[in-house]
Structures are given as C-alpha cells and as structure tokens.
Design a protein around this ligand. Structure first.
Ligand code: Z16
Length: 839
C-alpha cells in the first residue's frame, strides 16, 4: 500500500501514515483496511456495525499517538495530576465526539459518503456507555472533556460496569427495564491493562501484633480477595494533542485464590467464588438521588477506590517520588460521597502498608481530597449500618473510629460543652441503629467542600452541612456546574454551530463567553430568519423520530415543550401533566378556545423500585392516549413520551426544543445541567428559582426567562407554618377539575384505583408543593403561549439565551476547580517531540 503523505497541511511529516494520516484518501484506505483485517468482511457482507467498527478503529488509531505522547510527557515531567473519582461516568457515544475534537468530522462525513455510506447511520450503531444515572455521571463526562481540552493532566477513575443504566421499554404505558448489554459487540475505545492489575481485600478481621522490630502493627486478615483489572479509554481534548485517560476497573477472581479448592476437587465451589468476585463490577445501581444501603454497593465503592489509590501509588513510585509527595502529585476530587471511603483507604495504605505515622498520613490525606456535594435530599445522604460496614471493611471501621475520636476532640475545643453538636457532627450516627456517615467522613477528610450551584452551596452552608460550615468556614466553596459545548452544540447541533461560526468565527467553541457577540445579531431580521429555520429543521427531525418510534404525528409549528430528566417527585413531571390536563379541560369546555398549539415531550427513566415515579410515567402515557386521539383537540395538543432517554436521545432533543421545563420545587434540585444544554441550543426556560436556574436567569436577563413558583425560602416558611394542599384544591376550580379528571378514571378506562396513589399524595401530603405552585405555573405558561405567537420576540429571546450561556461551559467550571481547589496548571502536549516516544 502507498500512502499520500502530504495531502493535508495539518498532518505533515512522520504523522502522515496509514494509521495516523488525516487526509481523506488515507482515512478512506484505513477504513477499508479495517473492514477487511479487523472485521474480516467485504462490502457485500458488511453490516452497519461492521462499518461502524471499521471507522471506530481508524479513528482510534489517530488518537493513539496523542494518547501515548500525553502519557509520556506527563511521566517525564512528573506533572501534577487531577484524579476525578466517580462511581459514574455517563460518557455517551465516543465516535462522533472524537471526530469533533479531532476536527475531522466533515472530512470523514464526506469520505464516508463517497463510499456510498452515511456517517449519521454509522454513528447510530454505537452502543453508548451508559455508566451513569443522570446529572452526576454526565457532569463527570463533561469535566473529562474540559480537562483534556484545557490540557490539564488528569485521570478519571471509576467502575467498568458490565451492565450500565437499564434500557427503558414502555409496555402498556408502564416502564419495563431491560439489561443494558453495552459490551455485546465489543468496545473499540478501551484497552485492557492486565499488567497493572491490583488486589483488593474484603471482609475478615484485623490482627494487632508486634513486628520483628518490636513495633506495634495492625494487619487486615481478609476472607475474600478480588483482582481489579484496569481498562483505559482515551479522552481527547478539542483541538489539542492532549489525550487523557478514563481508567475503569473490572473485578475478577484472583488467579491463585481458589487453588486449594481446585486441588481438593471442589471445582464448582471454586467457580462459585469466581462468580461472586465478578459480581462486584456487574451492574450500575439505577438510583438517582437515593441510597439503598446495600452491601454490594459499598463493595463497589471500596473496590474502585482501593484499585485507584493503589494505582496512583504505583504511578508515584514509578516516577521515583516519595510517598510523602502523594498530595503534591495528585489532587483527588470525590464526586459525591460514593468514593468517600477513599479517606479511610488512603490512611490505611499509608499507615499499614507503607508504615507512615498517623499524623503524616492524615496531613497528606486532607491535602489530597476535595469533596463535591450534589444533593440536599436527606434520602440521598449515604450512611452504612456499622455492622455491615465492619463486616466488609473491619480495618476501615477502626480507622474511622480513631479519626472520629480525634475529630470530636477538635470540635470540643472549638465548641466546649456542646454535646448535641458532638452527636450531630460525629462520623457515627448513634441516635438509633448506628451508622457511618459518609458525608461527614468526606468533609473531615477534605480540604475543600463544594456545592454545584450558588443557591445549593448557600443551602448546604445554612442547612445540611451547617455544623461543618461553622467548624471549617474556609473549606466551603461554590463551583457552579457546566456542560461541554463540544458534544451539546458542535456535535449535536451542526446547523446552529455553522450559523454561529459564520457570524463570530469558531473560537467560541473553546471560549464560550464569545457567544456574547451574537447579541449584536439578536434583532437582525435575516439572522433571526436563519435562526428560526434551523430550529424548525431540528424540530422536523425530532418529529420524524417521534413518528418512527411512537407512531404519533406532531406539528413542527407547535411549541416543542420538553421535560427530559430522571423521574423524581421533586422534579415535578406531575405539575407539567396538571398543566396539560388543564388545557385539555379548557378545550373540552370550549372547543373553539384560542390555544397556542403545543407538543409536550417527556423523556426520562424512573428508578426500578420507585413506585410513584413509575406511576407518573404510566399517567403520562395514559393522558397521551386520550388527548392524542380526541377529535375535539384538533391536534392542538399532543403528548409524547420518548422511551429510553439517554445521551444519544438527549443530543436529538436539545436542538429541537422551544421550551425547557425546569420546574423542580425550589431548594431541591442542586443544580441541573439539562437546563444549560437546552438554553445553549436556544430553548427558553420555564422554571423555578432553583439550582442553576437562578444563575441562568441572572445571565440571560429576567425578561428572557419564564419564572414562576415559590422561592426556597417561601417553601421552608410554608412547610414550617403547616402546609395544607387541600386548601388549594378547594379554592381553585381548574385545579380541582384537573385532579378530579385524573381521579375519575377518565384516563384509565374508568379505573378509579390506578392513579389514586398519585391524587391522594397531592391532596394529603404534597411534599413538593405542586398545588402551591400550580396557579403560578399555569399563569406563566399562558405568558409562554402568548410570547410564542410573536415569533420575532421569541426568536430575539432565543438568540439572547444562547448568546448568554458562556458562564455554563464546563471549561469555566474546570478552570475554577483548577485555580481554587486543585492548583494544577496545563501541560502542553506536542507531537513533534518524538524523543519521548522513541526512548
Ligand atoms: C445525581 O445525578 C445528582 C445528585 C445526586 O445526589 C445523585 C445523582 Cl446520581 C445530580 C443532581 O440531582 C443535579 O441537580 C445536579 O445537576 C447533578 O447531580 C450534577 O451536579
């Protein structure tokens, strides 16, 4: 084979060969080579998946030089490195994103088309790695993208779940969960590194003994051991040579552990042990914002944390740095309390395995970790029954007791004679059954604690972590979340990207603040026209998707009013439904009423054990069935539930949205990140003063945001003074009609029992203040409908929303973390310097 070396000026010199060259002809040849040599196929027999794989391997080859150079330079320079510890990484498909970040999307699209194929169809083939539940896991993925783009040395550490978040099917309106076999066809993006496997101990007891030198020591005698195998995925920055690593751990049975069982002929017993070990990384727990306290979950957390810390010590030692410099080499971010056991594990490794003194180990530990809190919901705060904890991690429990003794002494000195404070702050909850409090462990073991939006951080300080704020005011910081514009604009909304770039150049992609320059175009009729046309085309694409998957025909001229996020009562999908039923009732009462046509689109998964959330999904589908076929409606309202909301589907949804529903009870949503993605794509928000909505509204201007509902403060006051939802029901005729309609069996073939739990929960508890916010929401939606009728005004607002999203780039968030928590600097990766790779 011959390679055209100098076709493309971007790829001069040694880079241009069959596995690195970026010229169209080289890429095409690489693709066909892979089809033949990797997939073992020729065109007549090739499936779309074969084509996808052939392209994926061609692109992977182009990442490898960057990946290897990055690792080589970090190693040679001993660069300070961020380790992002997260039980979830919701990456979404890699291929499209890598094409964007390599800046070869268009070239590849063209080359693929020349071979009679369609790039979009190939991209569709990729099974997305759904190794996360929602916001928290997707945030981790956005942060890896920004870390690489900003050239920050970093590693993502997590679990390579064999089954990610379940696939959602809808049967008779109900959610049904299907296992997500994402590795079924292989994963071209990862490389296993069995040579860096580590051993993790579990269970058993501790031995206190005196060693040969007369020193008092503690030994952990486990009753189980598992091996962690790292699988690495390159994370390429946008238009840089930096390719960082996502390192995910798989659990396997150790080679030798069951040697005796084999020898004694207990073959099945030995295999059983193996199955038990491999269970650890089998499946992602599908709960968003709630903790179930299952032992396997704690095992998963400890497993990946121990693997990662041991791996980091290996790296440190490999660079001939002493253990005393652990915190200088690494900044570890704890993504929620899921990896908080790392505080005790690093102490154990330093003290028991490396014989460091308690005080030195503690100083290193505190300087290493920083903790991000993602929720105020009490049910999400992780705590482990002491007995369960001790049966899995006996040595860690001892360490936590010792930490607690020392910590409570500090509290006593700062706040003398305050026993209730001591019991509130203790690492062990002793009010009833005893629990280890993971958030307290994270706070004590970290030098920085942050919330994920300004309001959230304030509420943390005033409420959930009030005592810790009093104890350590200097540790608390805010880091408002952000999203990557590469995936959620450049990749998912190419038409809008092109329009924006045609006006302000393309540097906004890495410097989102520059979108502000679009403000100058907000009232330009021609620009407005183009902006509208793109939104319209995106809506048409989503309409086609809806027709294909739901068999429902929707009107692309109607308002696409979208609520897409996990199902949870505090997120109030049910409030959206009350609005829909209210509009429907108005039409039934007066079929000729003037109503701005709307398509209500829902997407989202419910935790499999969350009865109310699943019942709300059923109610949405039941309401949809009635409204979509009622001739009185005359197509003015359509209700669509899109099944299996995931990253892929999200990328179709944001560009097609007119209205973004961000309607959580104020004080409950820590930040939200979907709110940012919608607005970046020109959707207007209807929302409460909750989470990052507050800051979005500040940025876009109150006049470009549809605000409704009680403030967090008003919600607290109302709860304190005794909230009675029945008063709202009794005094509001439309609300009463809407609830009665649901209760009457109108949407359930006459069955008055089916939705009774939903109706009763509102009338008698209404924990999330739906009825209190109902009228305000309805009035605000009225304003939305009116605004949409004035297309120039709407477009003006839409442009300003996108133009003012600069703050919400994850690049800004990561720069803030780098400067204010991690103290790390960028490291430039060059490809010219072949010295590093040759040596
Ligand atoms: C999660 O996705 C979040 C919080 C949490 O405790 C657990 C999970 Cl799995 C979400 C928050 O609900 C959301 O407001 C926030 O934007 C997101 O984390 C990222 O910070």
């Amino acid at each position: 084979l011959q390679y055209n070396s100098f076709e493309d000026p971007r790829c001069e010199g040694y880079l241009e060969d069959g596995r690195t060259g970026m010229s169209p002809s080289t890429l095409k040849r690489a693709f066909l080579n892979n089809l033949f040599y990797v997939q073992g196929k020729f065109k007549a027999l090739a499936t779309p998946n074969d084509y996808y794989m052939a392209l994926a391997y061609a692109i992977r080859d182009r990442l490898l030089q960057r990946w290897i150079n990055t690792a080589a330079i970090y190693t040679a320079q001993g660069s300070r490195t961020v380790a992002y510890f997260s039980a979830e990484f919701l990456m979404g498909p890699h291929l499209g994103n890598n094409l964007i970040n390599l800046d070869i999307y268009k070239d590849v699209e063209k080359g693929i088309a020349e071979m009679g194929l369609n790039l979009g169809e190939l991209l569709e083939q990729e099974e997305e790695p759904g190794l996360g539940n929602g916001g928290l896991g997707r945030l981790a993925a956005c942060y890896l993208d920004s870390l690489a783009t900003l050239e920050i040395p970093s590693l993502g550490y997590g679990i390579r779940y064999e089954f990610g978040i379940f696939d959602q099917e809808i049967e008779d309106g109900w959610q049904v969960e299907i296992t997500d076999k994402w590795l079924r066809f292989g994963n071209p993006w990862e490389i296993a590194r069995p040579e860096w496997a580590v051993e993790v101990k579990l269970g058993g007891h501790t031995d206190h003994y005196v060693d040969d030198h007369g020193r008092y020591r503690i030994r952990w005698v486990p009753d189980q051991q598992v091996t962690g195998i790292p699988y690495d995925t390159p994370i390429l920055g946008c238009q840089t040579n930096t390719a960082n690593t996502l390192r995910l751990w798989t659990a396997e049975a150790p080679e030798s552990f069951n040697f005796n069982a084999f020898n004694s002929g207990d073959y099945l017993g030995a295999v059983y042990e193996k199955v038990v070990s491999e269970n650890i990384s089998k499946v992602l727990y599908p709960n968003d914002d709630s903790s179930q306290g299952k032992k396997l979950r704690l095992t998963q957390q400890y497993f990946f944390v121990s693997c990662s810390l041991q791996d980091m010590i290996r790296i440190l030692v490999g660079q001939e740095l002493p253990l005393e410099k652990f915190h200088e080499k690494f900044a570890v971010q704890l993504n929620d309390t899921h990896p908080a056991i790392a505080v005790a594990e690093l102490m154990r490794l330093l003290i028991d395995m490396h014989h460091m003194s308690w005080d030195s180990a503690w100083s290193i530990t505190q300087r290493t970790f920083a903790y991000t809190n993602h929720t105020l919901l009490p049910e999400a705060l992780e705590r482990w029954p002491v007995e369960l904890f001790g049966s899995l991690l006996p040595r860690h429990l001892e360490i936590i007791y010792e930490l607690n003794d020392r910590f409570l002494d500090e509290v006593r000195i700062k706040f003398p004679e305050d026993d209730s404070r001591l019991s509130r702050m203790s690492l062990i909850d002793e009010s009833g059954e005893r629990y280890v409090r993971m958030a307290h462990l994270a706070c004590v073991g970290s030098h920085a604690i942050n919330g994920v939006a300004a309001l959230h951080t304030e509420l943390l300080k005033q409420d959930v972590l009030y005592d810790f704020y009093q104890m350590y005011p200097g540790k608390f910081q805010n880091k408002t979340n952000g999203v990557t514009p590469r995936r959620f604009m450049v990749l998912s909304n190419p038409a809008l990207t092109e329009l924006v770039t045609s006006k302000i150049g393309d540097t906004w992609i890495k410097n989102l603040g520059e979108l502000q320059k679009l403000e100058a175009w907000a009232d330009n009729p021609e620009f407005q026209q183009q902006w509208r046309q793109i939104k319209q085309a995106n809506k048409q694409e989503l309409a086609a998707y809806i027709q294909k998957h739901n068999g429902i025909i929707v009107d692309p001229n109607s308002i696409f009013d979208i609520l897409a996020k996990r199902f949870h009562e505090y997120k109030r999908q049910y409030l959206d439904l009350l609005h829909i039923v209210t509009l429907y009732n108005r039409i039934k009462a007066n079929p000729d009423i003037e109503i701005t046509p709307r398509t209500f689109i829902f997407g989202g998964k419910a935790a499999p054990g969350y009865f109310m959330a699943k019942l709300i999904i059923k109610l949405i589908n039941s309401v949809a069935d009635v409204i979509n076929r009622d001739p009185d409606v005359r197509g003015r309202l359509k209700v669509v539930f899109l099944k299996n909301y995931n990253v892929k589907l999200a990328q179709r949804i944001y560009p097609a949205a007119d209205l973004s529903e961000q309607i959580s009870t104020a004080g409950k949503e820590a930040s939200g990140t979907g709110n940012m993605k919608f607005a970046l794509n020109g959707a207007l928000t209807i929302g409460t003063l909750d989470g990052a909505n507050v800051e979005i509204r500040e940025e876009v201007g109150a006049e470009n945001f549809f605000l409704f509902g009680l403030t967090a403060e008003q919600v607290y006051a109302k709860r304190a003074s005794g909230y009675n939802p029945m008063e709202y029901y009794n005094s509001n005729a439309e609300l009463r009609l809407a609830l009665d309609r649901i209760a009457s069996g109108f949407f359930s073939h006459g069955d008055t029992e089916l939705f009774k739990p939903l109706v009763d929960s509102l009338l008698h508890h209404d924990q999330y203040f739906l009825l209190a916010d109902y009228q305000s929401y309805i009035d605000c939606q009225e304003q939305v409908g009116l605004a949409y009728r004035d297309q120039d005004r709407w477009t003006h607002m839409s442009i300003l929303n996108a133009a003012r999203m600069g703050k919400f780039s994850s690049d800004r968030s990561i720069q803030d973390y780098c400067r204010e928590i991690w103290k790390v600097e960028p490291v430039t990766i060059t490809l010219e310097n072949s010295e590093v790779t040759d040596s």
